[in-house]
Design a protein around this ligand. Structure first.
Ligand code: HEC
Length: 182
């Protein structure tokens, strides 16, 4: 068919088709749809939603929704261990890539914990947790990592104030035109 067309009516077929300026499908996202995607939480806490959670509440949610993959105390696996402060001294991760990095020994910002759990966990149902559940899980995991006390309450005000053990181990790499890793 194509061959016949090319030979018989060249003026109709050899013209290159230009893409249209707009494709006639899709529609602008609604404010509600944009809100559903606009969930990022910044290191300083910008973006944290209202809500709160305690260590005790977090232990319950963790047992129900997280322990099957991360272990009853967050250390056993089968997937990533979430608890562990060792090695406490020297921050030797750069020298020994086999060391396990955890919330307690590596993460520089507590607020990242909210963002990550909220967007990615549980792995089999991401986005399913309420803000109160996420705050309580954050409280529980920070407690297990010896970073906050057992009576800690996490919310948009308290969470950004938590200083992580590895906070000062990271620097802003603002060099230009040199080696890429400091
Ligand atoms: C079905 C298994 C599964 C469940 C359930 C699950 N996780 Fe995870 N989790 C994973 C896997 C796999 C990773 C590693 C993901 C990756 O590296 O991309 C992970 C990574 C994480 C991390 C990052 C660890 C790190 O230091 O890099 C956190 C924090 C976490 N999960 C918290 C939770 C919490 C809290 C829950 C319960 C609400 C939960 N997870 C439930 C499988 C699961």
């Amino acid at each position: 068919m194509t061959l016949v067309c090319l030979l018989a009516v060249p003026t109709g077929c050899d013209r290159e088709e230009q893409p249209p300026e707009i494709f006639a499908f899709g529609r602008p996202a609604t404010p509600e749809e944009i809100r559903a995607w606009d969930i990022d939480v910044m290191p300083d806490g910008t973006g944290l939603p209202p809500g709160s959670g305690t260590v005790v509440q977090g232990a319950k949610v963790f047992a129900e929704k997280c322990a099957l993959c991360h272990g009853p105390t967050g250390r056993e696996g089968p997937f990533d261990p979430l608890v562990g402060r060792e090695p406490r001294e020297g921050f030797p991760f750069g020298r020994d890539p086999t060391l396990t990095r955890t919330i307690g020994n590596y993460w520089p910002y507590a607020t990242t914990l909210y963002d990550y759990i909220n967007r990615a966990m549980p792995l089999n149902a991401p986005g399913s947790l309420t803000p109160d559940e996420v705050y309580s899980l954050v409280a529980y995991l920070l407690f297990l990592n010896e970073i906050v006390p057992e009576d800690a309450v996490m919310n948009a005000q308290t969470l950004p104030q938590v200083t992580m053990p590895a906070r000062d181990r990271f620097v802003l790499d603002n060099r230009r035109g040199g080696q890429e890793i400091r």
